[in-house]
Design a protein around this ligand. Structure first.
Ligand code: ZN
Ligand code: ZN
Length: 342
């Protein structure tokens, strides 16, 4: 099969012919029809994720068709249209038993713990736990756009963030997760302010119904002014020391901060203003992906037209364009999501 492969961290990947995966017992192989390009792929390629062994094929936001089924799989058949959460769970640990597969103790992530979906085929373990059937009228590109950032934003806003109609939501960082969160919060009836340093990203946020705020300068004061005293719910959708501290300082009393952007490398340890946390009884929450069993509510909202991940897709590219797109992601001139169609 053709796949995007790299031998060294930070070295431009290449498209190569490699051996296609086989379905493990309990697992499947999916023929990839669409796969999103995500900042996490860039972090992995840069060597910020110590779970990756070389050579490596990135890619974790996939949608496609089941190509082959391993022994013992009960619920799935060749030809089924599917997607997966980027965190694939074991189905057996304490977290899985409680329905919290998104923090499974034995989790696998395609494109991190094993070869991912920047390829014609990808192996997925524990198919009965992890696969999600795609509704007939949801296309593969939209489904790939759900896989990580949209689903992550959905759980962060709806489940962890517990958004209520009429609340103010602040979204710090208007990349894929941030724009998804804006759309979901607006659909939930919240007022939304969006913060970013990029005018192009802010224009997209404004188009989704958010009040744009420049990420340069005193962000917390600007958010408090725009929200009549501070956000009820604030998300750091970027993942940095600065944006997480800005998010916490943007809250009104009793507000909820949700850390949804990954904090990696030299940004791993953030600065939490504990004086504000105790004085305002703030809640500090994390949100990490979304379990497969939470997808149906989100898919219902998409099929009914209340939210539409497709409008977040900035462009689609072929596998041959993927190496350059990955290498240039950090300085990308392409706002919105890039989806690869192998
Ligand atoms: Zn992702
Ligand atoms: Zn588990």
């Amino acid at each position: 099969m053709r796949a995007v492969l790299f031998d060294r961290f930070g070295e431009t990947p290449r498209v190569e012919t490699v051996e296609a995966p086989a379905a493990a017992p309990g697992g499947v192989v999916v023929r990839v029809e669409a796969t999103g390009l995500c900042r996490s792929d860039w972090h992995g390629w840069m060597g910020h994720d110590d779970g990756i062994s070389l050579p490596h094929v990135p890619g974790h936001e996939l949608a496609g068709v089941i190509e082959s089924v391993g022994s013992g799989v009960q619920r799935w058949h060749v030809g089924d249209r599917v997607t997966v959460p980027f965190i694939c769970a074991c189905g057996r640990c304490e977290q899985c038993a409680q329905g919290n597969q998104q923090v499974c103790d034995n989790q696998e992530q395609p494109g991190f713990t094993h070869w991912g979906s920047f390829a014609e085929f990808v192996a997925i373990a524990e198919a009965d736990v992890n696969l999600i059937a795609l509704p007939d009228d949801l296309d593969f590109v939209s489904a790939a756009a759900l896989g990580c950032r949209f689903a992550t934003a959905y759980r962060a806003v709806m489940s962890q963030g517990r958004v209520q109609p009429g609340e103010w939501v602040a979204v710090h960082g208007c990349g894929g997760v941030g724009l998804s969160a804006i759309m979901i919060a607006v659909a939930a009836g919240a007022g939304v302010v969006a913060v970013d340093v990029s005018p192009a990203a802010l224009a997209l946020a404004e188009g989704l119904g958010a009040v744009p705020i420049s990420g340069t300068g005193d962000v917390a004061s600007a958010v408090k002014e725009a929200t009549d005293g501070g956000a009820h719910l604030s998300l750091d959708a970027y993942g940095s020391r600065l944006t997480s501290a800005n998010s916490i300082r943007s809250l009104r009393k009793r507000g909820r901060h949700v850390q949804v952007g990954l904090m990696l490398a030299d940004q791993a340890i953030g600065e939490v203003p504990m004086d504000a946390v105790v004085a305002g009884e703030l809640e500090i929450l994390g949100s990490h992906g979304m379990a497969a069993h939470e997808y149906p509510a989100m898919l219902d909202a998409i099929v009914s037209g209340r939210i539409d991940p497709r409008i977040l897709v900035g462009r689609t590219i072929g596998l041959d364009e993927a190496p350059r797109a990955l290498a240039e992601l950090d300085a990308s001139a392409h706002p919105g999501m890039t989806v690869i169609e192998p």
